[in-house]
Design a protein around this ligand. Sequence first.
Ligand code: P5A
Length: 440
Amino acid sequence: MRLSRYFMPILKENPKEAEIVSHRLMLRAGMVRQQSQGIYSWLPLGKRVLDKVNKIIREEQNRAGAIEILMPTLQSAELWQESGRYDDYGKEMLRIKDRQDRPMLYGPTNEEMVTDIFRSYVKSYKDLPLNLYHIQLKFRDEIRPRFGTMRSREFMMKDAYSFDLTMEAAVHSYNKMFAAYLRTFDRLGLRAIPMRADTGPIGGNHSHEFIILAETGESEVFCHKDFVDFDIPGVDTDFDDVRGLQAIFDKWTSLYAATSEMHDEAAFAAVPEGERLSARGIEVGHIFYFGTKYSEPMGAKVQGPDGKEHTVHMGSYGIGPTRLVPAIIEASHDDTGIIWPASVAPFDAVVINMKAGDTACDATCDAIYAALSNAGKDVLLDDTDDRAGTKFATADLIGVPVQVIAGPRSVANGEVELKDRKTGARETMTVEAAINKLVG
Ligand code: P5A
């Protein structure tokens, strides 16, 4: 992408409305724009990061055996009347009427709708287990939307829903998502700790929130500090291995970890003092087992091996991609801007032409840009006529992992400078060596 032809509206000033660093940096880097309170457009740079986050989420959901679908954002109130949640959900639900005066709603979650899909098609235990997921926009009319896309009214969610014949089988489905979440957050460059949590309007009595420790987090959390160094399940994890997955769950729940709603002072006090971690956290995922809460009233049953009808056991599993983007920034930035983990960086490298219009600089930058692009890398070429200082500041702000700096003096020697955004380390090398290093 040539910056001269791109759309990346950088703000020079710090936006006054931004209270936390991720919100400030997302606005300054031109990643998002607020359209009305708690409702955002994703601009090109932000969209690239969001897509990369979703790609990782998708890969790990698929690896764990979940199957992708896409459900609508607008739902009929009837489904929610069947489950009994229509009246309970309160003012957070945006209720709408269509032209025939039928009550509709902008979905805050999809337990009812997916249960309706399930009951329409699945009739036998032989088709279980089943886990259906989608990545879709949701709406919750939050009282206090704040911190940009961290807590917005319209937001994206990856929501998965599992169906099983028995509670034991449902526990295995829960463990699959538990392990998939550990892998997902790790690949996003985050350390997320599963914590016992309150189930709120989703229901059930078994749930874990995945929390990232951050000073600006909205929740108060308490855990054992050893979680920070626990091993993440490997790429070779066998998701059909019931005992293996139970062992992962047992290990990751063996020490104290709870959000403030579930906090037990006495149990926390039993953790040796030097090992207690009491901090603030950001909830980036939440998984639930709620048995037959929806399947019972909505009649989602299958025929079991005994020939009898059985109400299925369900769980649901949420991740917030539009919250993850600012959460990653909270965890990884410095005074000059964002520092993206390579896995979600909007570009793999930015090539900075220090003297656009200079024949030798243009030719060198174009050659590097072409070589990296042809090798499948996402490259941003700063070919604008801004001052060098502005270009450096922009590159630091948008947090691309590697900067390739080409100025008249180095180019005359057939060389460029490589700067690592995270460490600040700089290295001068030939153009060829730079290309080989970045392609390799
Ligand atoms: C689980 C999947 C559910 O809704 N039903 C389907 C269950 N869980 S949840 O905890 O309420 O939400 C799941 C995740 O969505 C993100 N999230 C938000 N992100 C941005 N702004 C919001 N207002 C918001 N609300 C929820 C969180 O990451 C949460 O863990």
